[in-house]
Design a protein around this ligand. Sequence first.
Ligand code: 5CA
Ligand code: ZN
Length: 428
Amino acid sequence: MLTWPSPQIPALPGRGLPIRVRDTSTGELAVAAPGPTASVYVCGITPYDATHLGHAATYVAFDLLVRGWRDAGLDVRYASNVTDIDDPLLERATATGVEWRDLAIEQTALFTEDMTALGVVPPDVFKGAVETIPDVVPAVAQMLAAGAAYRVPLEPGAGGSAPGLGDVYADLSADPSFGAVAGLERTQMLALFGERGGDPDRAGKRDPLDSLLWRRERPGEPAWDGGVLGTGRPGWHIECAVIARDGLGLPFDVQGGGVDLRFPHHEMSTSHARMLDGGLGARIHVHAGMVGLHGEKMSKSLGNLVLISVLRAGGEDPMAIRLAILAHHYASDWEWTDADLPAARARLDRWRSAVSGNGGPDAAETLAAIRTAIADDLDAPAALTAVDRWADLALAGAPTGWDLHDGDLEGAPGVISRAINALLGVRL
Ligand code: 5CA
Ligand code: ZN
């Protein structure tokens, strides 16, 4: 799948600090990557009704991590996916009378344009579920052969020319570490599994929580050659397990996404990865909070959406949208209101005025404060406050500070402008 163009990341004097993030499986702060390499997998969109502000906030959060790692001198590898075949996409396509492929292509294109406008650094590996099928099939076959998966018989009429080959499910009893990602009680797991795409009531499963790896062909549904599995399509969690394994190698440093994916998606995809590799999936799990609108989680299924493409079409400066997002700490749930954009526009104007002059206090302290904030669990609001402080002094007429780096003398406004761009992704 084609990714989007990379924004230019200006060089900064000095080096960033090691970044600590909150690992949601332990609740503790942990160094996100010990180095010298750093790898992250962030769950991508299911391409319908994308990209809303909640999606954008999640990708901007992990963009801070990628930028911070690069600033700290790590060799970063970033992988992500597009769930371009799954039940919700097919349901939406059927409901609106659009071909599912057209819906996926159009929405993925909008997403990549939104990410470009918001200055999000693109993933190095960006794969769709459909193009990953040739890799998913042998992975599922491997799990079957190892006794970590089993077949469940089909209802009459399913399975195309091989109705005797059932759907394939992961056998949770083959994974003693299952449950370590979210740390939930079984009753909580059962409830969430049913709410978030699982099928606890499917007859013939060994455990209601066992999750689908390969769905056999059904009348009216798209299906692909699955070799020994029979025609069908991949389950959701195995898609991310395989893309992460092949794109990053196992184990990798950080598995990320919104907190709605903590269970079952990240629990299951980590379990699948463990069963494929015999070891670990991700070392650390990091989750962004949910952005809400009118008291509810912003979600495609509820339809209470603010779309980035609609804001852009209305002439909104994408950098104001980005600043509005950065004003909230990524890990907390927050509510989008009418006040967010005007406040972000005012801040952007002020910063632009401040770096347009020749004056301003020495940049070193502010650059250090931004780096410290990012290293402390990606604390963007604290970074914005540090820039605000510098801008206030600059606009009040503080004398010019100069920074010497690599033998060049650079004025404080230049250093601040580059720091805002490189670390926060805001182009002034
Ligand atoms: N394709 C799957 C992941 S493999 C999926 O969940 N797609 S999605 O389009 O529903 O969501 C894309 C990303 O945005 C996920 O990381 C999800 O956790 C995050 N997300 C969805 N809604 C919100 C929200 N309201 N606030 C913050 N993040 C959100
Ligand atoms: Zn995923």
